[in-house]
Design a protein around this ligand. Structure first.
Ligand code: CA
Length: 737
């Protein structure tokens, strides 16, 4: 089928160019020796529902976010095998002009690759050579960067009937002409621009509709998903995921059901959360879309919904009629979410025999550490095996479908390390499903957070809600102190690439990494599993054993999922480099954990494309200068430093890193030069660097606050400088040495 299309394209473009050269356009149309249908097919980006349904008949293309509507990310291509993968080499690469995280899944169709970069920029490339056909910049106002929890990332486009759809960070849905990159229409998807809504996820398309959700739960928004007509951007339906203002009538029956599971009225002010920022999967078997719904806002349930309740549809998978948006069923993974356990992670669909019964199932490994197998016909839970270290619950009861919480792990009375942490046992980083074997190749994360929110802290007003920052409902400002006080009990931190049998719960093999923040995965019929890791290695593993069969040093940490495609009989594997996203907070690792490649060198964003025999090489990377400059310290009391520490962690740490140690993506404030010190207030309060996304915090901080923060940062820099110079007892944070 692919070959036919290529031949057709070639013949058509040859005839048209000849005709255009010899005569006027109108005559050319009359004389054209090809049918109108073929003419349409010759334009690029002509993907329709049937083509995605039949995607396995053209395995050389990667037609949709998860390759097919099933989103299994398991490619049928077989040219690259266990035997020859050792000959895999770089075919070409493209510098993406960014050093922030790249998370995009490229779409490859009929020789063109469509992908996104930071700030929601879109590129169309020749998939054979990397040559740029066009690019599109939605010109996201850079101040909007401050409204994103997890940097200015984007996970990709949808391509459909000659259009390319992208959601911009500032909440627009934009349709571009696939041939020219010119905008056809755009709509504002955000219902309240005073709230911190963002879009980072890839739109999905089906039935002439494009589906898009949003992010922002950490900042206090109400989640929803909207379906738009692909032809003109008109709204077809909208589904809210959590109830709205209790004084208003509920929007629909689903919101009536949901409202009964919330207590108090605060949730309305807080927004409630439930953002659908990643997974929206279309199921042609039932004409259904499944939404992966996010965490509550704020995280702490007692604050969000005092008196309890499941808080529907937080942390749920919700099934809707694709044409009307009408509710069909839901399954809630984490009733009364208390830990940021989103269920937004990639959803895959499969037809499988389970316990002797043929079923159409939905598969998801959300943050909470259990791998769910759900019957798509009615939402019934079939399996829920634990795939990572979990302490918040003992197990999932298959009779009731509910998790059994571990009461010992409540953090209302005292701070607790709880697994998984808020970045999840699995996050948006893609998994790959071998449905025949019942195996998921899964990037697993083990990284506990010390959760704390005592009644005292809350009731005495120590906890303050600020409109212009993340409001997690935790003692987040005190997080550094909590780490210091409880470091001895911190559970081990690691990342694992796992071959996990989601039917039996058995682990077939595991490859361990020293960092938890893990990369997306691709498996192929060639018996291989591809993944890029934090140490900068892009590797191919044996699907049977987990043995490393090949690797390539990119010198950049990776998160993005690899994809594979084939053109003119040659199979390619591509991956984007550049880490960041949700894990800016962790910052630089603590000895003996090695630095990520992106911290040792730089976080250079590149698209790398490999083929057998590829011989291209990357420029030699240079190591960063990690010398912390000498600090001009002010005379500051320990109390004032502690106040600065709280403000720093409430406002700055989510991007600049725990205790002012950046992981190498966002500026390390310990490295600030004289100019930055001099202009500290201009930067923080007047938006001097708003062009980088560092918008003014004048809405939430005063110059007295910034003085506290500035002194804290300088004190931290001084401590770390002293430690680096061989004086390990320089300060109370020397446990970080
Ligand atoms: Ca979240």
């Amino acid at each position: 089928m692919k070959v036919n299309r290529l031949v057709q394209t070639f013949i058509l473009s040859a005839s048209v160019s000849v005709l255009l050269a010899c005569s006027g356009e109108e005559q050319a149309n009359v004389e054209a020796p090809v049918s109108v249908d073929s003419a349409a097919a010759a334009k690029i980006g002509q993907i329709d529902d049937q083509r995605i349904v039949d995607a396995d008949s053209e395995p050389g293309n990667w037609l949709a976010y998860g390759r097919t509507y099933e989103e299994q990310r398991f490619s049928p291509l077989t040219q690259i095998t266990k035997e020859n993968v050792k000959d895999l080499g770089l075919a070409w690469f493209k510098d993406m002009g960014t050093n922030r995280a790249l998370e995009s899944t490229p779409i490859v169709v009929d020789g063109t690759m469509f992908l996104t970069s930071t700030w929601s920029r879109v590129y169309a490339l020749d998939a054979l050579t990397g040559e740029e056909k066009w690019s599109y910049d939605p010109k996201v106002p850079r101040e909007w960067g401050r409204r994103a929890c997890c940097d200015v990332v984007n996970r990709g486009v949808a391509v459909y009937k000659g259009q390319v759809f992208v959601g911009s960070l500032d909440g627009r849905l934009i349709a571009l002409d696939a041939d020219s990159g010119e905008m056809i229409w755009e709509v504002d998807t955000i219902i309240d621009r005073d709230r911190f809504y963002t879009i980072t996820g890839a739109p999905r398309v089906a039935n002439d509709k494009v589906f898009i959700g949003n992010g922002g739960a950490e900042f206090g928004v109400r989640g929803y998903v909207t379906a738009y007509d692909v032809n003109n951007g008109e709204e077809v339906w909208r589904f809210f995921t959590v109830p709205g203002d209790p004084k208003q009538p509920p929007e629909n029956k689903a919101m009536e059901i949901a409202a009964e599971t919330w207590k108090g009225t605060n949730y309305w002010e807080y927004g409630g959360g439930g953002t659908v920022w990643n997974s929206i999967v279309y199921d042609p078997d039932f004409n259904t879309v499944y939404l992966g719904v996010g965490n509550g806002s704020p995280w702490t349930r007692e604050m969000r919904s005092p008196g309890g309740g499941d808080n529907l549809f937080l942390s749920s998978i919700v099934a809707l009629d694709a044409d009307t948006g009408e509710y069909k069923w839901h399954y809630q993974t984490t009733p009364g979410d208390n830990w940021d356990y989103t269920a937004v992670q990639d959803i895959a669909l499969a037809d499988m025999t389970i316990d002797g019964v043929d079923r159409k199932v939905l598969l998801q490994a959300p943050k909470n550490g259990f791998f769910y197998v759900i019957d798509r016909s009615d939402g019934k839970l079939l399996k829920a095996n634990q795939f990572a270290a979990v302490t918040w619950a003992t197990h999932v009861d298959l009779e009731t479908g509910r998790p059994v919480e571990n009461e010992l792990n409540s953090y209302a009375d005292k701070p607790q390390w709880i697994l998984p942490g808020p970045l999840g046992a699995h996050n948006w980083q893609a998994m790959s499903i071998d449905a025949e074997a019942g195996i998921a190749y899964l990037p697993v994360q083990e990284n506990a957070l010390i959760y704390a929110m005592s009644d005292e802290y809350y009731e005495t007003g120590l906890y303050k809600r600020h409109p212009g920052r993340m409001n997690l409902g935790l003692e987040f400002g005190r997080i550094a102190q909590l780490f210091v006080d409880n470091i001895a009990e911190q559970p081990p931190v690691r990342g694992v690439l796992k071959a996990f049998n989601f039917i039996t719960g058995e682990e077939k093999w595991a490859v361990e990494f020293p960092h938890f923040w893990n990369g997306g995965v691709l498996a192929t019929e060639g018996g291989l599993v591809f993944q890029g890791n934090v140490l900068g290695m892009f590797a191919a593993y044996d699907q049977e054993t987990g043995e490393t069969l090949w690797d390539f040093n990119t010198y950049v940490s990776m998160l993005a999922p690899p994809i594979t495609y084939q053109i003119d009989g040659v199979q390619y594997v591509s991956i984007l480099t550049g880490t960041g996203g949700g894990d800016l907070f962790s910052g630089a690792p603590i000895d003996p954990v090695p630095n990520p490649a992106s911290l040792t060198y730089s976080n250079t964003g590149r698209l790398l494309v490999f083929k057998l025999g590829g011989a291209e090489t990357l420029p030699t990377p240079t190591k960063r200068d990690m010398t912390i400059p000498e600090q001009q310290l002010a005379q500051v009391s320990d109390e004032k430093l502690a106040e600065g520490e709280v403000l720093y962690h409430d406002f700055c740490a989510p991007c600049h890193g725990l205790v002012a140690r950046s992981g190498g993506v966002i500026a390390d404030l310990r490295m600030m030069g004289a100019g930055s010190h001099e202009n500290f207030d201009k930067i923080v309060l007047e938006g001097l660097l708003a062009g980088n996304g560092m918008a003014s915090f004048a809405d939430s901080l005063t110059s007295a606050d910034t003085a506290l923060i500035h002194n804290y940062v300088k004190a931290r820099a001084h401590e770390d400088r002293e430690v680096a110079m061989g004086n390990p007892d320089a300060g109370r944070l020397t446990w970080l040495k």
